[in-house]
Design a binder for this molecule. Structure first.
Ligand code: GLA
Length: 495
């Protein structure tokens, strides 16, 4: 299936958003025309996402359940056959104009991952797509104007929205005709060029989401998505997103946070492969799990029960006490996994360096296996809702927050405070969403309680911690959200 081409905005956005989005698209086209003296040919659009459940388990191969939001990246594009230059501009003047040249089939474009540079995200999409465009003799020159509304560093996946929209712009400009699946898979790998070893949840949610549905994303044996209808309850359920306004840029803190967590989970998988005599040792906890149960009678297999059993077994296998203590040194991990320290360093810590003295494998394993279980429980609750579906979903979200905080150490005091306030003011569940260490929280409430919840958050969190915020900034920080649609090409403007 390829990315849809639309000529009216109501195919992309909820009716309630059209009043905002119409003028935004008009302004983009106008500004593009003024800047480049030509009209755009199309607009590529890819949204941010909010993850409902399944945090930090995508890179271990376990399924997750995000949904797209209205906030997105839109890129107006015109092409030329006269050259192969790429001209980038952003409606936000904070991001200065950039230009670069196509460097030929092998390199495509050089990305300096040591620099925190906004155009790197575009280059990721550009490089990813053109590296695979074998039949293309020469790519088009491009004129681009970008407008992003996903707050950067907020955990709503501004980076994936940008990379996916960029990749889509390159596909459309060069008539590459790729499917959604190809776009997503390439965008996942391409985004790692900026220096963060991220999983595939964000790109999948950005490309595949549909209005009114959450998206189930599986990664093993291969990327597969399916739509999940949220339960109909009375009064209806609603999700609110609140940004703690603690900026958590994955790129900046990667060696101590995100990239380190990826390494810790891989070490845990290597250790369990050895300790549990896994036939096909793997550094993916999902693959370890599959292998461990592969000979079990299918009648005894139950994904929730399997994860629980694997965790119980894992906890007794780890040396030292099952709390995990301060973690293991690199030499201890080498001993436990049977992989020399030098090999571990080369394989897992060179392209994406980490900074730590200890690797907390027990705590990370606890989080991954229980979180994977929560995703299945959440999905099952949506698919066959029990009478107390609303409370059940809320409890699952709260348990996820607890585990992110205590086992995965990816929460922070501000996230905990926001979740607490939310639960005291009408949210049945509240948790961080995205990588954590700041950024956004997502809460589950009922439609009739949304206003009270937002008011309480403004008074008890924002007014107290950020008294200087304007009303407009406050409305931007805390908002109700609905499942939105994924990537699209928009052509409904005067050309
Ligand atoms: C970031 C990454 C995702 C995922 C989340 C945590 O958003 O890009 O791949 O790992 O963090 O769930």
């Amino acid at each position: 299936m390829s990315v849809p081409v639309y000529d009216s905005l109501d195919k992309i956005y909820d009716t309630s958003a059209l009043e905002r989005q119409g003028p935004r698209y008009d302004a983009l086209v106008k500004k593009f025309t003024e800047k480049y003296g030509r009209k755009p040919e199309f607009i590529a659009r890819s949204p941010g996402r909010v993850n409902l459940i399944g945090e930090h388990i995508d890179y271990c191969g376990f399924g997750v359940l995000p949904m797209a939001i209205e906030r997105d990246v839109i890129i107006a594009v015109a092409t030329t056959n006269d050259d192969t230059k790429v001209r980038l501009a952003n409606v936000n003047s904070k991001y200065g104009d950039r230009e670069f040249e196509y460097e030929g089939k092998d390199t495509v474009v050089t990305i300096d991952a040591t620099k925190h540079e906004w155009s790197n995200y575009f280059k990721c999409g550009y490089k990813g797509m053109l590296e695979r465009a074998d039949s293309l003799s020469q790519p088009k020159g491009m004129y681009l104007l970008i407008d992003g509304s996903v707050p950067a560093g907020s955990g709503l996946s501004s980076s994936a929205a940008f990379v996916c929209a960029s990749a889509l712009a390159v596909i459309q400009a060069n008539n590459l005709g790729l499917t959604k699946q190809e776009l997503t898979e390439i965008a996942i790998v391409a985004e790692r060029n900026v220096g963060v070893n991220s999983g595939g949840m964000d790109q999948s949610a950005s490309v595949f989401s549909e209005k009114q549905y959450a998206l189930s994303v599986e990664f093993v044996p291969k990327l597969k998505t399916s739509l999940v209808k949220l339960p109909t309850v009375d009064p209806p359920m609603a999700f609110v997103i609140a940004n703690t306004l603690v900026t958590a840029d994955k790129f900046v803190t990667a060696p101590r946070n995100y990239n380190l967590r990826v390494v810790e989970t891989k070490m845990a998988a290597l250790f369990l492969s050895k300790a549990l005599w896994i036939d096909n040792p793997s550094d993916s906890l999902k693959e370890v799990c599959e292998d461990y149960f592969k000979d079990a009678d299918y009648r005894e297999r139950n994904p929730i029960y399997d994860l629980k059993r694997l965790l119980d077994t894992a906890l007794t296998a780890f040396p030292k006490d099952s709390s995990g203590g301060q973690g293991y040194t690199l030499d201890e991990v080498a001993e436990m996994t049977g992989v020399p320290a030098q090999t571990l360093k080369e394989k897992y810590m060179t392209r994406f360096p980490v900074e730590t003295d200890y690797f907390r494998l027990v705590q990370r394993t606890k989080h991954i296996l229980t979180e994977a279980k929560r995703v299945i429980e959440f999905k099952t609750t949506c698919e066959s809702p029990p009478a107390d579906a609303f409370a059940t979903l809320g409890a699952i979200m709260n348990a996820s927050q607890e585990s992110c905080d205590t086992n995965y150490n990816c929460s922070c005091p501000e996230i905990n405070a926001v979740c607490e306030i939310a639960r005291e003011n009408g949210a049945v569940g509240a948790r961080l969403t995205g990588a954590g260490w700041g950024g956004c929280t997502v809460m589950l409430t009922r439609e009739d309680k949304v206003q009270k919840l937002i008011k309480a958050l403004k008074q008890k969190y924002y007014k107290k911690n950020f008294p200087e915020l304007t009303e407009e900034e406050l409305d931007d920080a805390v908002l109700a959200t609905k499942p939105g649609s994924g990537s699209a090409i928009f052509v409904g403007f005067d050309k």
